[in-house]
Design a protein around this ligand. Structure first.
Ligand SMILES: *Cc1c(COP(=O)(O)O)cnc(C)c1O
Length: 421
């Protein structure tokens, strides 16, 4: 049996309707910006394997660090014990996070990082003797697939079976020039009529919502209103974190800094799963008490796994190098030049960019999960480029190590598609 046949025997893939989906493609090797399948074909990873492998696949600098850590300390319970990789990572994160962040809490993935953020916010108020149980979130936001994160996610087309069990979430639209006044009015109404505990949001770019972008000048006032009303702001930087928007964190674009920040994905550079929820001293202090009851009783077995921490430390070291920063600037410029060439194409409805994230909407009729989507995906793969269209949106979020010729090939393949549509 080949890999495809063996895969079908026992595996159940995420986000997959197995009755109609084509077979999963076996990938046997990855290096830098390239993926290799079981037939020896290579593909440029235009989306950094869901925004994780930003420093390139199997990065040798990271590998060396992980290898060393694996031979030194693999795992230790993080309740009652500590270790240098976690300590060093907390120091490095605090250095690059917005100034108001002081504490680091570990979990395993983006969903749990948000779950932790939501629980922290709810218990913060509880510990202060206030019962606040409403969460505010953007329409069409995405925060993950565990219950709290799923409740906060507005992209709930497929949440039907679970909706009865959701926590209480009220929604506002993402702000634009035209709807700004309405958004503010709606937010104020929600605050007046509900005990709002927290506002969770993806800062400036909503990944799963087809790379929808909005401007800092419209988000900042929303955050200010939250602060005025003692509503805990939770920035979900699971996608936007670690340089992708052109700054280490998208939250740096706003004057008002979040109380809590969740991060994962590029945190561990595509090597192993891990997540962090950071918070301010003010949040942390609300959990300090002589009785144990006010403590944060949330744990995952692999919290602060030393191997994962060593990967994250190496990743931050790489992010801070001149090489990486120059690569980010180079990709931003290349995207802009490509956009100048392509933006008036008759098959394009609109384009947008934030940092190394570039997206365009096709000017055609199609379903998010329809047949056309697979045809477009196949076009890219047959041309050696891995891009996953989100409905009629095609986006590029390449690893920082992608070379200019590789990037040029991604652009040409998109142009070819546009000319064939
Ligand atoms: C991917 C993602 C999540 C969920 O992370 P998982 O690791 O898949 O659980 C949450 N929020 C945002 C913004 C994401 O992009």
């Amino acid at each position: 049996m080949n890999l495809k046949q063996r895969d079908k025997k026992h595996l159940w893939h995420p986000l997959t309707q197995h009755k109609i989906h084509p077979d999963a493609l076996p990938i046997v090797k990855a290096e830098g910006a390239l993926l290799y399948d079981d037939n020896g074909n290579e593909y440029i990873d235009g989306i950094a394997s869901w925004y994780t492998a930003m420093y390139g696949h199997c990065n040798s600098f990271i590998l060396e660090r992980v290898n060393k850590q694996m031979h030194t300390l693999d795992q230790i319970v993080f309740a009652g014990f500590t270790h240098e990789p976690a300590i060093e990572l907390s120091e490095k994160l605090i250095q690059i996070l917005p100034d108001n962040q002081e504490k680091i809490f570990f979990s395993d993935n983006g969903s749990t990082a948000n779950e932790v953020g939501i629980k922290m916010a709810l218990q913060y108020h509880f510990n202060k003797g206030e019962k606040r149980n409403t969460i505010v979130a953007f329409e069409d936001g995405f925060h993950g697939d565990t219950f709290g994160a799923m409740s906060a996610s507005g992209l709930s087309v497929y949440n039907g079976p679970f909706e009865d069990f959701f926590i209480d979430v009220r929604r506002i639209p993402t702000p634009t020039k035209d709807n700004f006044d309405t958004v503010i009015k709606t937010l104020r109404q929600i605050i007046e009529t509900n005990p709002v505990a927290a506002f969770i949001y993806e800062p400036l770019v909503q990944g799963a919502n087809a790379m929808h972008m909005f401007q800092e000048k419209y988000l900042d006032p929303i955050l200010k209103i939250c602060k005025e009303n003692k509503i805990i702001t939770i920035a979900d930087e699971v996608m936007t974190g670690f340089g992708k928007t052109g700054k280490n964190f998208a939250s740096e674009y706003m004057e008002t800094k979040p109380d809590i920040i969740s991060m994962s994905k590029a945190l561990t550079a595509g090597f192993v799963p891990m997540a962090v929820t950071s918070c301010t001293q003010e949040i942390y202090n609300a959990f300090l008490d002589d009785s144990i009851g006010k403590a944060f009783f949330h744990a995952h077995t692999y919290s602060a796994n030393p191997i994962a921490c060593s990967v994250a430390i190496a990743g931050i070291d790489l992010l801070s190098t001149k090489d990486t920063q120059e690569n980010i600037a180079r990709i931003i410029k290349s995207h802009q030049e490509f956009n100048d060439v392509i933006k008036n194409h008759p098959k394009i409805k609109s384009t947008r960019q934030k940092g190394v994230i570039y997206a365009l909407d096709l000017n055609i009729e199609m379903d998010r999960y329809g047949k056309k989507r697979y045809e477009i995906f196949d076009h890219f793969m047959q041309n050696g480029v891995c891009l996953r269209p989100l409905g009629k949106t095609i986006y590029i979020l390449p690893p920082y190590v992608i070379s200019e010729p590789q990037l040029a090939k991604v652009y040409t393949t998109i142009e070819k598609l546009l000319n064939q549509l």
